[in-house]
Design a protein around this ligand. Structure first.
Ligand SMILES: NC(=O)c1ccc[n+]([C@@H]2O[C@H](COP(=O)([O-])OP(=O)(O)OC[C@H]3O[C@@H](n4cnc5c(N)ncnc54)[C@H](OP(=O)(O)O)[C@@H]3O)[C@@H](O)[C@H]2O)c1
Length: 252
């Protein structure tokens, strides 16, 4: 089965950690050239570049805060200057809910999770529209489906709404826009909430598909679905949200 991914050019926001990192790796393994965005942690970014150096796809770093409009422009420009275009956008950058229900924290979460969708759309979509092809995958969350009203849940739900509207507008340009909604995935983001020694216990209690296998869900579970949505196998899917949670939602 031809996935038609080799040689494609991808921009992956939040591509140095967790779900984004797993996506950077699986994409580079599939022969996709990846521009890996991140915001602060240079050490993590450089160590990922080392890991990607022997993969079929090329990898470059595109550092910048995608909650900021002008920085997003620079991130996109960096990817285009290195690779000439962007065929695939994966938006995985995110932060957890900061301590304290303050206007500043609400604003920060909205900016990183939701304003970033607007910023990326403004700079990436014109490139895809011009060539009448593209794949956009935005990482939302199972929490978008659970009716929380804190900034994190609302922003994640907003991503799905944003993606569906965008999918409608961009379908005539042969651009697919979809979201994935992961359940609990053990990434650095989750470390403060579920300590390492509690991971297995949490998994057994909450994630039915992991009951009969060892370990716990990591970023690659989501990365595989993102790869599928970026591939020709998903050519007829747009405006969809795929929950990737090992049955966590139906179990709760
Ligand atoms: N883990 C889960 O259980 C889970 C479940 C559902 C949904 N999600 C969602 O999945 C996405 C990825 O989460 P994760 O668990 O993989 O998180 P993670 O391991 O904490 O990684 C977050 C990534 O986003 C980058 N980032 C943060 N703020 C940024 C900004 N303003 N501009 C550019 N990059 C930024 C980080 O870069 P630096 O480290 O350099 O700042 C890092 O590369 C998030 O949207 C999250 O809400 C996660």
């Amino acid at each position: 089965m031809e996935l038609k991914l080799k040689g494609k050019k991808a921009l992956i926001t939040g591509g140095t950690s967790g779900i984004g990192r797993a996506t950077s790796i699986i994409f580079a393994e599939a022969g996709i050239d990846v521009a890996v965005n991140y915001c602060r942690n240079d050490e993590k970014a450089f160590s990922l570049m080392q890991e990607l150096s022997n993969k079929p796809g090329k990898a470059i770093l595109a550092k910048g805060d995608i909650s900021d409009y002008q920085e997003t422009r620079k991130v996109v420009e960096k990817a285009v200057s290195e690779f000439g275009t962007i065929d695939i956008l994966v938006h995985s950058a995110g932060i957890p809910t900061p301590e304290g229900d303050t206007p500043e924290n609400w604003d920060r979460v909205m900016r990183v999770h939701l304003y970033s969708c607007y910023n990326l759309e403004k700079f990436v979509v014109p490139i895809m529209k011009k060539k009448k092809s593209g794949k956009i995958v935005i990482v939302s969350s199972l929490t978008a489906h659970t009716c929380g009203y804190n900034a994190y849940c609302v922003a994640q739900a907003g991503k799905i709404c944003f993606a569906k509207g965008l999918a409608k507008d961009l379908a005539p340009y042969n651009i697919n826009v979809n979201t994935v909604s992961p359940g609990t995935i053990f990434t650095p983001m989750l470390e403060p909430y579920i300590p390492a020694e509690k991971r297995r216990e949490f998994t057994e209690e909450n994630i039915p598909l992991y009951k009969s296998k060892p370990g716990y869900p990591e970023g690659k579970e989501v990365a595989k679905v993102i790869l599928f949505l970026a591939s020709s196998l998903a050519e007829h899917i747009t405006g969809e949200d795929i929950i990737v949670d090992g049955g966590q939602f139906i179990h709760s």
